[in-house]
Design a protein around this ligand. Structure first.
Ligand code: DC
Length: 222
């Protein structure tokens, strides 16, 4: 039986990361966090002092960086050229630079096959923006997960509060709207639901409710 691919796309803060992890755990599937690859490219470019306007140099960074995801006791560690950068890639400025890097088609081309190589038996849950449209157009189940920008900002504030960081709701909402605009308006693989994706608005849903809807869809599709 071929490997089953489940794609979960949507804007930042819609809960994709948590939901993908839960779906993968429940099904015993592998997980691809494609956003991490764009964040890694952005971080590697920053370390190498590559300009975010130099598209070809950015593609070169994406092609040559060495990336490893290592399962540890406390979760998955992300290694860039042998160094644990799991926390570094989650910084706000790296996310913002990642959205610039992600708008470059040569970078997307450089990462395409790398992402496809994550498909492994018994299956893969792929988290991103263009998983269902570009990277895995033949996926068995496609989900497009959204939530209102206000709700996503509220969740982000909660997350930062819990981590003991200072928060400013208005600044975070502005940031989310800017990132959405950049992800949706870019020419290369813009953030858009695949025609055959199940569209789920999680604004008023709990994570468990989202999980159950997705698992039911997987059940129907298999
Ligand atoms: O999901 P995230 O916040 O870690 O993603 C970081 C950036 O990468 C974000 O601006 C969207 C972009 N991205 C993308 O263009 N395509 C993907 N498949 C995943 C992320």
């Amino acid at each position: 039986m071929p490997e089953t691919v489940i794609t979960i796309d949507g804007p930042s803060g819609a809960g994709k990361g948590t939901v993908c992890q839960l779906v993968a755990d429940r099904l015993g599937f592998h997980l691809l966090d494609s956003g991490a690859l764009y964040r890694l490219t952005a971080l590697a470019a920053e370390i190498q002092s590559v300009s975010f306007d130099d598209v070809e140099a950015l593609a070169d960074v994406a092609e040559t960086m060495s990336v490893k995801f290592e399962v540890t006791e406390s979760g998955v560690a992300t290694l860039l050229d042998g160094k644990d950068v799991s926390r570094a890639i989650r910084q706000e400025h790296v996310g913002m630079n990642a959205s610039k890097v992600a708008a470059c088609q040569p970078v997307r081309d450089a990462l395409l096959q790398f992402q496809r190589n994550f498909v492994q038996a018994p299956g893969l849950v792929a988290d991103g923006r263009d998983m269902g449209t570009t990277v895995f157009p033949g996926a068995a189940v496609k989900v497009f997960l959204t939530a209102s920008a206000e709700e996503r900002a509220r969740r982000r504030v909660l997350q930062l509060d819990q981590a003991g960081n200072a928060t400013d709701y208005d600044a975070i909402l502005l940031d989310i709207n800017e990132r959405d605009r950049r992800d949706m308006e870019r020419n290369s693989s813009p953030l858009v639901a695949a025609a055959d994706a199940l569209q789920l608005d999680s604004t008023e849903m709990s994570i468990d409710e989202v999980l159950e809807v997705i698992l039911a869809r997987v059940e129907e599709g298999s």
